[in-house]
Design a protein around this ligand. Structure first.
Ligand SMILES: Nc1nc2c(ncn2[C@@H]2O[C@H](COP(=O)(O)OP(=O)(O)OP(=O)(O)O)[C@@H](O)[C@H]2O)c(=O)[nH]1
Ligand SMILES: [Mg+2]
Length: 369
């Protein structure tokens, strides 16, 4: 049987699932990672943060694996963290307040789960726009408190040490934005300011992805509901409509049955694929491939990386002893039909240390240690 697994190498950034109680965070977490977080009808069923690995499905890799008759297919992955639910007043310690805030401080990006589904048996509101407003306000209040407690101390230090001046200026800009109720991720603060602010560990200075949790009966209104959320955001942030319950039921099925169920509902390969892919992309990650009869594998690199750095993702020896990379884009390789044929036809590019690897490149590294 052919294996399917996620690579353990590469970048380790984590994506935190946040939302109001009973919005479906743990259900989404389980569906994405095959995990077993507690899912229950009462609020605050999650009290401890849980981390899990979600495979990033990739049709390009599937095709390469089939071409090479690989015994193993290894996908890229994204780490998700299931965090306790947040309620209005969390910044002042309501609900699981501080626990929630500590959990979110440790992740690198946020996936907000906004409930739209209606279910009389599951307490909680079903207005995603209102939920967004509550979440934003809580995060903003917490950030404002952080900035205000930092700035006086930093101002004092800056009087003796001018290298701290940019940080003071960045904090002033942040306070300005936050006071208006705007999270940093929605603000027009420049990349440089945001970079300086990273040292302050703000909650809203993180990339964001939004999942609207739809009821099965709302699937045909997905576009309308999501565009209301997009309007409320007023920023270029991905908003994905997902029926979490349905997708997690589908995940329990065998691959073929799952495909049948989802396509029968007009859901294609399902929305979880899009969530994992959007998360992967939002984190600035790109993919290159290696392919052979032993395995076909997706490797993760950061956008803009050069060939030796990518070689180092496979193994540090390959970076240290890097000589050159043989490169072909995945679709061209597929149309030729095999690595050997591509080589014989002279279709493999021979690239040196300065080559910027592109998303979708297939590589073979020549090295000497
Ligand atoms: N009808 C319906 N129920 C759902 C859906 N998604 C989740 N639920 C139910 O909502 C309840 C809460 O789901 P959880 O995944 O535990 O929610 P949570 O956001 O992790 O909740 P806390 O950890 O308590 O903050 C469970 O009973 C789920 O079965 C959905 O799409 N439709
Ligand atoms: Mg939960």
């Amino acid at each position: 049987m052919r294996e399917r697994e996620a690579t353990n190498l590469g970048l380790v950034e984590k994506l935190g699932l946040i939302g109001l109680p009973n919005s479906g965070k743990s259900s989404l977490f389980n569906a994405l990672t095959g995990g077993s977080a507690v899912v229950a009808q009462h609020p605050f069923s999650t009290t401890e943060t849980l981390t899990g690995v979600a495979i990033v499905p990739d049709r390009r890799l599937d095709a390469l694996s089939q071409m090479s008759r690989s015994r193993k297919t290894v996908y890229a992955h994204v780490e998700f963290v299931d965090i306790a639910g947040l309620v209005a007043g969390a910044n002042a310690g309501e609900g699981l307040g501080n626990r929630f805030l500590a959990g979110i401080r440790e992740v690198d990006a946020l996936c907000m789960v906004l409930r739209a589904f209606e279910d009389g048996n599951v307490p909680g509101e079903s207005d995603p726009v209102e939920a967004l407003g509550i979440l934003e306000l809580e995060l903003v209040m917490a950030d404002l408190a952080t900035c205000e407690s930092l700035i006086e101390r930093r101002r004092k230090t800056a009087r003796a040490d001018s290298s701290v001046v940019p940080e003071v200026e960045a904090l002033e800009k942040a306070i300005d934005v936050l006071t208006k109720g705007t999270p940093i991720f929605k603000s027009d603060l420049g990349a440089e300011t945001k970079e300086i602010l990273k040292g302050s560990f703000l909650l809203t200075n993180k990339a964001v992805l939004i999942v609207v949790n739809l009821g099965e009966d709302q699937l045909d209104q997905s576009d309308q509901i999501c565009s209301l959320v997009r309007e409320a955001l007023g920023a270029s942030i991905d908003v994905l409509g997902v029926c979490v319950q349905l997708e997690s039921e589908a995940m329990a099925l065998e691959l073929e049955e799952r495909a049948e169920l989802l396509s029968g509902l007009g859901l294609g390969e399902g929305a979880l694929t899009r969530v994992a892919q959007a998360a992967f992309h939002m984190l600035g990650r790109r993919t290159f491939f290696t392919t052979g009869d032993k395995e076909s594998r997706a490797w993760t690199f950061r956008a803009g990386a050069k060939a030796p750095e990518c070689a180092g993702v496979i193994h540090s020896d390959l970076q240290r002893g890097f000589i050159r990379a043989e490169v072909i884009h995945w679709d061209e390789l597929l149309s030729i039909g095999s690595w050997t044929a591509a080589k014989n036809q002279g279709k493999l590019g021979v690239e040196g240390k300065d080559y910027e690897v592109k998303d979708g490149d297939v590589l073979e590294i020549r090295f000497n240690v």
